[in-house]
Design a binder for this molecule. Sequence first.
Ligand SMILES: Cc1cc2nc3c(=O)[nH]c(=O)nc-3n(C[C@H](O)[C@H](O)[C@H](O)COP(=O)(O)OP(=O)(O)OC[C@H]3O[C@@H](n4cnc5c(N)ncnc54)[C@H](O)[C@@H]3O)c2cc1C
Length: 225
Amino acid sequence: QAFRRKARELGVAYVADEVVSFDSGGVTLKQGGRLEARAVVLAAGPWSGAVAARSGIALPVEPRRRSVFVFDVREAPGLTPLTIDPSGTWFRPEGRFYIGGTTPVEGNDPAGAPLEVQHEEWDEMVWPAIAGRVPAFEAAKVVNSWAGHYEYNTFDQNGIVGRHPERENLIFATGFSGHGIQQSPAVGRAVAELIVHGSYRTLDLSPFGYERISAGRPIRELNVV
Ligand SMILES: Cc1cc2nc3c(=O)[nH]c(=O)nc-3n(C[C@H](O)[C@H](O)[C@H](O)COP(=O)(O)OP(=O)(O)OC[C@H]3O[C@@H](n4cnc5c(N)ncnc54)[C@H](O)[C@@H]3O)c2cc1C
C-alpha cells in the first residue's frame, strides 16, 4: 500500500483490468481496450508464465501453493528470530503468535493447485520439525492458517529481471519464488533504471536476465523455503 501511495503521488495511473497479451506496441486488455507502451514490464507474479505464453514467450514461472500456519504456545520460548530448519521448515514470531510453514515434498507440488491449506503439512512436517528444535513448541496449537501461490521459477528458483533479448520493449520482473517482497525495492529501482537510462546504474542485475534461461545457465537459489 505504501509503494502504491507513493507511486500515485509520483503520477502513476492504475488501470483495473487484465492484460490478455502484449506485443511490440503495448498490451491488449480483457475489457477490450489497448494500452500503447514503449516499455512493458511483465510482473504478473504467479501468472507471469501464463501471460507470457499467451504472447508467444516461454517463461518458466508458475503458481505453486504454500501453506502458512499461525500458532500459539503456552510459554513463549524467548527471543525467536526467523529460523529455517535444514528440512525446509521455517518459523518466526508474528505479533503475539508465531507463523511457520514448509516446502511440499517432491512430487506433491503441482502447478496451480487450489488455495486450500494443507493441514497434513502441519501434522507431518512442520510440527515435528519445530517441536524437535524448540521445546516450547511441543505445545504449539494452530490458531489460523492460509495458503498462497509462490511465483515459482521452475528453472532455478531465482528472479528473472531485465529485457527480453529480442523483444526490446519487454522487461521481466518476476519469478522470485517466494522471496519477492524482500527483493522488490532493489528490483523496482533496477527496472526503473532500465526504462529511464537504458541500463542499470546502481545494481547490476544482468546475471538475473532472461538470457540465462535460453543459454541453460541456472543461478540456482538453494535457500527457497
Ligand atoms: C505463503 C507465502 C509466503 C511468502 N513469504 C514471503 C516472505 O517472507 N518474504 C518475501 O520476500 N516474499 C514472500 N512471499 C513471496 C512474495 O509474496 C512474492 O515474491 C511477491 O508478492 C511477488 O511480488 P510481485 O509483485 O512480483 O507479484 P504479485 O505480488 O503476485 O503481484 C502480481 C500482480 O499481477 C497481477 N496480475 C496477474 N496477472 C495479471 C494480468 N494478466 N493482467 C494484469 N494484472 C495481472 C496480480 O493481480 C497481482 O496484483 C511469500 C509468498 C507466499 C505465497
